[in-house]
Structures are given as C-alpha cells and as structure tokens.
Write a protein that binds this ligand. Structure first.
Ligand code: ACO
Length: 448
C-alpha cells in the first residue's frame, strides 16, 4: 500500500481543569515553579463522571460522525492506555458497543499497555496491518486514552487527561516514513504501577528524566543511521520541519530538543554554526553519563537551540502545556497542535516523533505531510479538531475543588455499587459519561 498513515484525527479532553499558577500557590510551591520550572499552563482532569472509557467512547463517536465514516468500514481497532480499570477486559471491548449496533463485530485488535508507549504500539499494529497481507481493505482505528493522576507531591502538577482517535489507511495526508524507525527498550524502575489498589504510579522523578533523555539519544542515533543508509547523507535537525515529543511537562521537551542539538554537534560540529560550536566545545569531552548530569550543558544547549526550538518545536507545545501529560495521548496531542496551527503551510513537511513509555520502551519515527483528499485533508483535520474552541470552552476549577475531586476519585477507584452525581451541566453535548457501577462492578455509560 502507498502512503499508509493517519487519514483523520480527533481529540477529546475533559472541560474541567485547574490553572497551574493557582495550583502552585495553593501547594505552597515557589512562584513560577509549575509555570516556568515545569513549563505548564493548565491541567485537565476527569471528575467522577468521566474516565478513560467514556473519553474514548466520546472521541470515537465524534471522529466517525465528523468525518462521515461508516462504522462498518472499520476492520481493526487498537487501544493504547496505561489507566487500568479492569485487569482483563480491554477498553476496546467497551468501544465495540458503537460497532455492534450496526452489526460489525468483525474487528481485530485489543489493548496495548506500557506506560505512555501503548498508543504508539497500537498505532504501529494498525499501520503494520494495513501494510500486511492480512489487510482486508477496511480502515484501522487507533485510540489513545488516559487519565494521568499523581499522589500529592512534586509529581501532582504533571497530570492531565485526554483521548485521541486516529483513522488509519492508505493514501493518507499524514504518511508514515516506514523505513525510519529507531527503537530503544530496556528494563528500569523509573515509573510503574505495582500497587493495584491505587491509580497512582510509583515514580522516581529524577531517574525518569534521565531515562527519557538516554532513550531519546539512543533512538535518535538509530533513526539517523537508518536515514543515512536510506538517503546516503547525514541526518540533522535541519532535515525536519517539526519535532513532536512525548510531553510529561514542557521543560522536559525543551531539554529534549537541546539534547538533539547537542547530538548533532557531537556527530558533526559544523552542522550547528560557529557560535553554538564554540559554546558547546567545552562539553565535547564529557562521557555520556556525565553529560546527563551536567547542569551547565543543559543550560548552554537550551540557549543555543532556542531559536530552532521556537520554529521546530514550539508549535507542538500548545495542547501539552494546556492539558498536561495525557500519557499515551500526549505525543499525539503534541502532533495535533502542529496541525491546528496553519495546515496549508504543512504540505511536503516532515515531522519527527519521539514516543517514550517508562519501564521502558521508546521509538523515534517520522511522518511526511501532504494535502490529502476531503474529508481526509490536512485543512479538514484542523477544522474538525477545533482546538481553540475546545480550549476556550473549559471550566477552571479552584485548586481546592481539584483536590476534593482527586480525593473522591481515590475512593471510587476499584469501587462498586455507586451512582455518579446528576449534574451534567459542565459536559459538552455528545459527551459520554459514567452513570453507575453496579454490585458486579459492571459500568454503565450514557451520552449527553
Ligand atoms: N521558578 C522557576 N523555575 C523553578 C522554580 C521557580 N520558582 N522552582 C523550581 N524551578 C525549576 C527547577 O529549577 C527545575 O528546572 P530545571 O530542571 O530546568 O532546573 C524544575 O523547576 C523542576 O523542579 P525540581 O525541583 O527539579 O523538581 P521537582 O522535585 O519539583 O519534580 C518532576 C519535578 C521530577 C518532573 C516531578 O514533577 C515528577 O516526578 N513528575 C512525574 C515524572 C515524569 O513526568 N517524568 C517524565 C518522564 S516519564 C513520564 O512521562 C511519566
């Protein structure tokens, strides 16, 4: 198949959110710690009415409707999530309600899990299926859905929540460059969820940052070497218009891009220009282990990479800064932020993507963008996404109300025999919500 990739996308995030500046004051953190230190503006969260199942029901229904796709034309449905509601039953099976209604139960695929990487695994499964001999001509559908919540403490402001749906097929406006994939996987305990009674992860924040940057280096090297084999020339930052990173918080994205810049300098010093070369030279003899801990290198590389960051990375930061870490959906929300900008200027451009899931698994891969044909065109995708309106129609909760909601959700996690509150006024029309969980832990949803 030619140009297999993403034909259509939609994103959903809860309208309920908390302002990072207010949260920082409420938590007694120093002024600017969450907004400048972490680089975050706002954080979305689920109230008792919403969860990863309702969000994915909402986004899949919306995508099929807005692009006019008949649910009978879906042949594979893959879900990536790290939010555990059931240890056996896939989120995918809840989504089957949408398709069963129309008699389509012939849909392969179940859930993929490894921290924030599950969405990428699901996406690769769908793309590989369309490129394979078992493809039956129908569309693949990928859903990334997560509610990222942390216990009180320094990680709490790095939460978020969203679901993204992506329709997969040939002749896509967002086409995979399938030969360009660099992967790095290893065993580490940086972020994991061993306590099955709690929704909160166990996290070693500092270790997770270093693991992320080491994985980035490794993937970039492999990605570059595949590019060189294919194209017969060295890859550098200048070979792509945009980068989208998995975005736990924006500061790590700034550090990541600076790290790629430093990689370019180490591989070919002249590729970064004279001024940057002089500034980075003192760090060229650091061992790689030392380089992850060196604060001066971090600062200098961010400084010299700043203007390129503004053109190649900044467009991808809108949703991750406004919504927070969406785990599996985070990287794709960064990508969607690029599309939202000015779709007409994206034709022919390359976007390099970096997916990271703690534990760990990571891949760097790339897309090539082209106009596409209505309804699967870049401009229609940007129109359907309607990012600005979705952001503008949110309701900002006070930090006190946010903390109260987190407490209620702690009790509700893994609970049975309850009904949710009756006030649906904050939900947008068309949104799915949880109505009750019965004595057999069966969950019931309705659509507003
Ligand atoms: N004004 C401006 N900047 C400030 C201020 C202030 N008042 N106070 C602190 N800062 C800066 C710090 O200098 C630091 O920035 P730097 O790294 O550029 O120096 C930044 O704010 C964070 O502060 P720290 O004290 O270093 O870190 P903290 O203990 O608050 O924890 C962390 C931050 C580790 C990110 C925590 O939120 C966490 O554990 N999050 C979850 C883990 C995570 O997301 N890991 C990423 C990969 S894995 C994944 O995706 C889940």
């Amino acid at each position: 198949q030619k140009d297999v990739g993403i034909l259509a996308v939609d994103i959903y995030f809860p309208r309920t959110c908390v302002d990072q500046e207010a949260l920082e004051a409420h938590d007694g953190a120093s002024k600017g710690k969450y907004t400048i230190g972490l680089g975050q503006d706002c954080m979305a969260f689920c109230t008792e009415l919403e969860d990863v199942i309702s969000m994915s029901l909402t986004v899949v229904t919306s995508l099929l409707k807005k692009y006019g796709v008949d649910p009978r034309l879906i042949g594979r449905l893959e879900v990536g999530s790290e939010t555990v509601i059931d240890k056996s039953k896939s989120i995918k099976t809840w989504l089957m309600q949408i398709f069963e209604e129309l008699g389509n139960t012939d849909i392969e695929g179940v859930d993929s899990t490894n921290a924030c990487y599950g969405g990428t695994a699901a996406l690769f499964n769908c793309v590989n299926w369309v490129e394979s001999s078992s493809w039956d001509g129908r569309y693949g559908l990928v859903v990334c859905t997560d509610s990222a919540v942390y216990a009180e403490g320094p990680a709490r402001p790095t939460g978020g929540a969203a679901a993204i749906a992506m329709l997969i097929g040939p002749n896509a406006p967002i086409a995979f460059e399938s030969k360009l994939r660099g992967t790095h996987m290893a065993h580490v305990y940086d972020f994991y969820k061993p306590n099955l009674a709690s929704e909160y992860p166990v996290v070693d924040g500092k270790l997770s940052q270093t693991c992320y940057l080491m994985a980035l280096d490794s993937c970039y090297r492999r990605f570059c070497s595949k590019f060189e084999k294919l194209e017969g020339k060295q890859f550098s930052i200048s070979d792509t218009a945009y980068f989208a990173f998995h975005s736990p918080y924006n500061k790590l994205v700034q550090k990541s891009f600076a790290r790629l810049y430093f990689n370019d300098f180490l591989r070919n010093a002249s590729s970064v220009g004279k001024d940057a070369m002089e500034k980075l030279e003192p760090f060229s003899s650091l061992s790689s282990d030392e380089s992850y801990q060196n604060r001066d290198l971090e600062k200098v590389s961010q400084l010299v990479a700043k203007s390129l960051y503004d053109t190649k990375v900044q467009p991808s930061t809108l949703l991750p800064k406004q919504v927070g870490n969406m785990y599996t959906a985070s990287l794709y929300a960064a990508f969607v932020s690029i599309l939202h900008g000015k779709p007409s200027a994206l034709r022919g451009k390359r976007v390099v993507m970096f997916s990271y899931g703690s534990g760990l698994s990571s891949t760097m891969f790339s897309f090539r963008l082209q106009d596409g044909q209505h309804p699967f065109s870049l401009s229609n995708i940007a129109c359907v996404l309607n990012v600005s309106e979705k952001l503008d129609s949110r309701h900002i909760f006070s930090p006190e109300k946010f903390v109260e909601t987190m407490k209620l959700m702690e009790h509700r996690y893994g609970a049975k025999d309850f009904v949710t509150c009756s006030d649906k006024s904050l939900l947008a029309p068309g949104t799915f919500y949880l109505t009750k969980v019965d004595s057999m832990y069966r969950r019931y949803y309705a659509q507003k």
